[in-house]
Design a protein around this ligand. Sequence first.
Ligand code: CA
Length: 230
Amino acid sequence: MELKLSILIVEDEEKIRIGLRDFLEFRGYGVTEACDGMEARQRVAEGDFDIILLDLMLPKVSGEELCRQWRQSDLQVPIIMLTAKGQEKDKITGLNLGADDYITKPFSLEELHARIQAVLRRTDPARKVGQTFEFGHWQVDIAGLKIRSDNQKLEISKREGEILQYFAAHPHRIISREELYGKVWGETMTELGTRTVDMHIAKLRSKIEGNAPEPRIIKTVRGAGYQYGG
Ligand code: CA
């Protein structure tokens, strides 16, 4: 039931591309490679990626051009630009074109990984569900840290809001504790992480499910995780 996040690496320098691929595969991501702009365009047309690492200087079609076209065609996949050292102007261009972040070469793989996690955390649920959304019979207001039903209004913590947002962005899907901890907390799972997730879910349930004997809004899927809207 493990779900791999999929990353597209667009980089023409083979050494860098292979280094990135090996590192990210080792970290548990599903990796697809493209070595020029045309191939990148093809891969994006065929595949469904969670994030794109996009080198700026590419043969055939530049990273800049790709980024512009993808955003114009309303592609919502987060993009991290890989820029060469000192190209201050390129970073700004990249962000203006709709990239979510950039990282300057040479970069450490750990730093890149941290950026990837940060971008995924920041963009994924928010893009899909926005700042206010329905959750069961509740209306959630993330910015105001409130949930409201026909006859109740309750406060939630920022973290609780992020959890609800993540579930709302992935309805019907079974979400493991690992995934939730990775996406909402931005951490790799530990024993403490498991308890932290369960505690937060228990607290959220006491708010949104009241005293219902069996949770109906956020369900437990034995041995797999949690599910909203199942
Ligand atoms: Ca290049």
